[in-house]
Design a protein. Structure first.
Length: 375
């Protein structure tokens, strides 16, 4: 089977959608499929190369609208591709729009993974509203199937209501070879990981910092490690200084791929206090932390929250509630036995339900069903 993936960016760019496409494609290649990716050349790499058996064509871009690279050569590149189906991704207009167009022209099935809604702030939000009322509907109508990573997203997103018959729930996964317990826990350590920009404010870092103000009264030596960089780095640093948290918060900046598992492993707890069900598609970082035997505190918005709570691999707290978040952090930090048990159960959970091999198997089955129905 020849599969064309059209994310806006691809490895070595790191982000939720980019990781999703990379790991899924890698497993599909291992299963004997051909996968080609067309994406923007960010960060700058070879125009054409191969990554773990995945053929990658990288296109120059003229700029960005919101968080989407505009690649003028995308239409021509798509017109030259021979494939059995096209798999595109929302929330990245442009790539998704042209993929839908060529799906119709070439009469190739279109699969859309709907990671989260397209929203923004200010002018970006106005543009998003116009897009959602027009072009998004065209993409979703053209799709044979719309994949969502958690069933609850049907209730969260008003844009999916008319396409319930097309929805397929396939969770995201985690690389268990890459993510595992690699280091000893460092006492009273919390880890948070995200891009630090406007598009990722929904990860809830500001509320976590407010929670640390409460936690440090009970545990003066608490240390929050913040991984990631972005245009809001100075904003968050200013909050830390103005709130007197310099001794309790470290900004680690960009963490190299080979070091991320170490950061997860050293932490006593990983916190993902997401605040927007419209923007948080799943929260892959929570799975990565669980794979490293680190308890996770999150909100019900995050895709793994229900399973995490069911097996007691962490805690689920209300969003935008620093008091409840702080109470959960304190409870886990002060109970080593609880930490260890949560860590063990978290690793078992991802081994049983969230491997990329199982995700790819489900996706390949979906592809085959769609292609069979078309012939």
């Amino acid at each position: 089977m020849k599969i064309l993936q059209t994310p806006v960016r691809f490895y070595p760019f790191t982000g939720g959608v980019e990781n999703y496409v990379y790991y899924l494609s890698r497993e599909l290649v291992k299963a004997g499929n051909g996968v080609e990716v067309i994406c923007a050349n960010e960060p700058p790499s070879l125009d054409e190369d191969t990554v773990d058996g995945i053929k990658v064509k990288r296109l120059s871009y003229t700029g960005k609208i919101a968080n989407t690279n505009i690649t003028p050569h995308l239409p021509l590149s798509l017109s030259r591709i021979d494939c059995d189906l096209i798999h595109t991704h929302i929330p990245t207009p442009w790539s998704a729009d042209w993929s839908a167009f060529y799906s119709k022209i070439k009469k190739k099935p279109l699969i859309v993974t709907y990671h989260n809604d397209i929203i923004g702030r200010g002018l970006a939000n106005s543009i998003a509203q116009v897009y959602n009322a027009t072009a998004l509907k065209i993409v979703l109508r053209q799709a044979e199937k719309i994949v969502i990573t958690q069933a609850g997203y049907l209730q969260s997103s008003s844009h999916l209501k008319n396409y319930e018959d097309k929805l397929e729930v396939i969770p995201t996964g985690v690389d268990l070879d890459k993510f595992g317990p690699e280091a000893q826990k460092e006492e009273n350590t919390i880890f948070f990981l995200s891009l630090l920009d406007e598009f990722h404010k929904y990860k809830g870092l500001e509320y976590l910092l407010k929670a640390i103000l409460i936690v440090k009264k009970e545990i003066p030596g608490v240390k929050l490690i913040i991984g990631g960089k972005g245009v809001l780095l100075n904003f968050y640093q200013d909050l830390v200084y103005s709130w007197g948290l310099e001794a309790n918060v470290d900004f680690a900046g960009f963490i190299p791929d080979k070091k991320i598992a170490e950061y997860y492993s050293k932490a006593n707890v990983f916190v993902l206090p997401s605040i927007s069900s419209l923007q948080e598609g799943f929260g892959i970082v929570a799975l990565e932390a669980l794979a490293c035997q680190t308890p996770v505190i999150t909100t019900k918005i995050v895709g793994v929250a229900a399973d995490l709570e069911k097996v007691q691999a962490g805690m689920v707290v209300p969003s935008k509630d620093p008091q409840k978040l702080a109470a959960g952090i304190i409870q886990i930090l002060q109970d080593g036995k609880l930490q260890k048990g949560m860590g063990t159960r978290g690793r078992k959970l991802v081994e049983e339900k969230y491997t990329w091999q199982s995700v790819a198997l489900k996706m390949e089955k979906l592809y085959n069903t769609i292609i069979s129905n078309k012939t």
